[in-house]
Write a protein that binds this ligand. Sequence first.
Ligand code: ZN
Length: 428
Amino acid sequence: MIETLVKPLNKPYCTVMGIINDKCQRCGAIIDSHDFDGFGRLYCRECLAYGKIADTTIIYRCERKITVKNHKIIMPFVLSEKQKEASCFVDDCLTQRQTGFLHAVCGAGKTEMLYLGLFNAMKKNERICIAIPRRAIVIEMAFRLMEVFPTSVIKPLHEYAKNDDDADVVVSTIHQLMRYYHEFDVIILDETDAFPFRGDAFLHRLIAKALKPNGVFFQMSATIDQELAKMIHRKTIKTFTISARYHRQPLDVPKIYNVMEMKTMIFGNHILPEIINMWLNRHLSEKNQVLIFVPTIKYGKLLAMIMQTKGFSTAFVSSESTDTTDVINRFRLRKVNFLVTTTILERGVTFSNVAVAVISADHRIFDLDTLVQICGRVGRDREFPHGEIAYFCEELTIAIQRSIKYIKKMNQRGNKEGLLDNEMPNMR
Ligand SMILES: [Zn+2]
């Protein structure tokens, strides 16, 4: 059902009060019994940004109509044996209504492994939602699904797109799920390990509320956080792991470069440490394009400026950029060699042949999941299955060490399972 705070016109509806037994009926928060507004009404602070829910608020719920369609599937390419196995795993979980987790390395092609399960669920007229933390990836995924399922209705939902009319599949940011109550038979959460979902109780509650009581919740991610690890250990979730990429080449292992006084040189003296300068020059002479990850927007602006004054053809993108698509296109067309970026490009964006540098890789923003995703930016194309990854850091953090360990472990596992065509020299 869809929830609104405005009485629906010409549609049957039911109502519920905004707060019942100290619990917000929209976001599921437990209300502090001292949270009264100026009118003496109890209200919810947690979802206040989306309009006030008080104990006198009426929430309207009405059915979302979906017409029956003749669903068709057009597979973009033939799946590998392992991808087929993963597809069957997804399909089994959805059919048997069993909580499942697909653990797949970056570039394994996990979206493709959903198609069979989605197709079968749609044929049963089930209501499906694919929830993704980031808006840019919501839009990209919706377009991919529209091509694969040409006769089905697929709608992207995010801050600027709210139309879910007749949608068999909605691809939604997690926040948009606030509008639904027991609506979906299937919710697939992609990028489970990504900010902001990880550890966010509010978003977890929205998913629980949007799912039907007998609905199935399925998660996908490249890394396993503690919560998932516990569930896997207790066997409360079914898991399937794909440890290798679809092109059967191992993941590239990052190389660590210790740079003394890096931040002082960059921020204090506005100079590029020589070791970074040499590394960039080598890639320039080899005509390689490089994605350069920095911890903050301020850092990125400064580094891009320093690189430009040194003659490197450099662009910069961050969450503040208004021309992100344009900058990405210029980089794709090889009009710039170096693209400095915050973690905004850590996932979801695919470039066919790039090297990656992480500057100040020891910064706390670069946690295990972020580093694993960043490393996953190289070697995504069958034509260019490898790329160099450099961590420039002053300290060796646990996240840096664990990211390297993770990549080596996945390569070893992929090799053992016969999913790799050749072994890399730095695999062990
Ligand atoms: Zn609330």
